[in-house]
Design a protein around this ligand. Structure first.
Ligand SMILES: CC(C)(COP(=O)(O)OP(=O)(O)OC[C@H]1O[C@@H](n2cnc3c(N)ncnc32)[C@H](O)[C@@H]1OP(=O)(O)O)[C@@H](O)C(=O)NCCC(=O)NCCS
Length: 195
């Protein structure tokens, strides 16, 4: 009978350099991410440790940010429930931008070119993402690394955005394609609430 050899492959804790401090911070962050309402939003803004966070930002329950020190939020930014942001490659969200529930913004990818090692063991690559002023990224859209969403652009629900989106443009689908341009509302139309 062949002798059994001991498996010396490092486990996930050894590969990731697990420490009690890491564990403690994760528990704290998970708690803060789930605190509801305005108090929860205040805690997330104050304790996540963003690079910048302007006035009047609302971060609803479940907003989860990896590498918060590389995320910059402008003023009046509105982030709905269960949004996930990975800011490893830096993420900038400009004034009045709106992220719908379940949006995912990921500025970090795995390198998968070589087939010799498992992808989870390979290096990563990072690229900055910017969400422009007044843009709306609707529910469950995914913004991939290196993408800029132009000022006033709209990303429809469920879209996967792999290329830059021009300002004031509506995109939808997987991969996201241009649907139409946004134009100024005509006076008296449903979209114009001015007197
Ligand atoms: C994009 C959206 C706002 C509709 O905008 P609209 O200008 O009224 O667009 P229309 O409904 O006229 O659709 C235009 C075309 O885009 C397509 N389209 C619209 N939304 C789409 C989507 N999410 N995914 C794929 N295609 C979509 C339509 O099928 C239509 O295609 P067709 O011309 O071949 O029929 C809406 O579909 C949407 O995604 N809403 C987001 C809801 C949401 O997440 N709310 C959370 C609030 S933060």
């Amino acid at each position: 009978m062949a002798a059994r050899t001991k498996d010396t492959t490092p486990n996930w804790r050894q590969r990731g350099g697990w420490t009690p401090g890491w564990e403690f911070r994760r528990w704290g962050k998970a708690f803060i991410s789930r605190v509801p309402g305005g108090i929860g939003s205040f805690l997330r803004r104050s304790l996540y440790g963003f690079a910048a966070c302007g006035k009047d930002c609302l971060l609803l329950e479940g907003v989860w940010v990896e590498y918060p020190e590389r995320l910059s939020l402008g003023e009046h930014v509105n982030i709905a429930r269960d949004v996930i942001i990975n800011a490893a490659g830096t993420v900038q969200i400009d004034d009045w931008a709106l992220l719908g529930p379940g949006v995912i913004i990921y500025s970090q990818d795995h390198v998968f070119d070589g087939i010799e090692v498992p992808i989870s063991m390979a290096a990563d690559k990072r690229a900055p993402i910017r969400i422009g002023r007044g843009a709306w990224v609707a529910s469950r859209a995914i913004i991939t690394a290196g993408v800029t969403i132009g000022d006033g652009a709209v990303v429809a629900a469920g879209a996967v955005v792999t290329h830059d989106v021009a300002p004031n443009t509506l995109v939808a689908g997987v991969p996201a394609r241009i649907i139409r341009e946004r134009v100024p509302a005509e006076k008296g139309s449903a979209g114009d609430t001015r007197e």
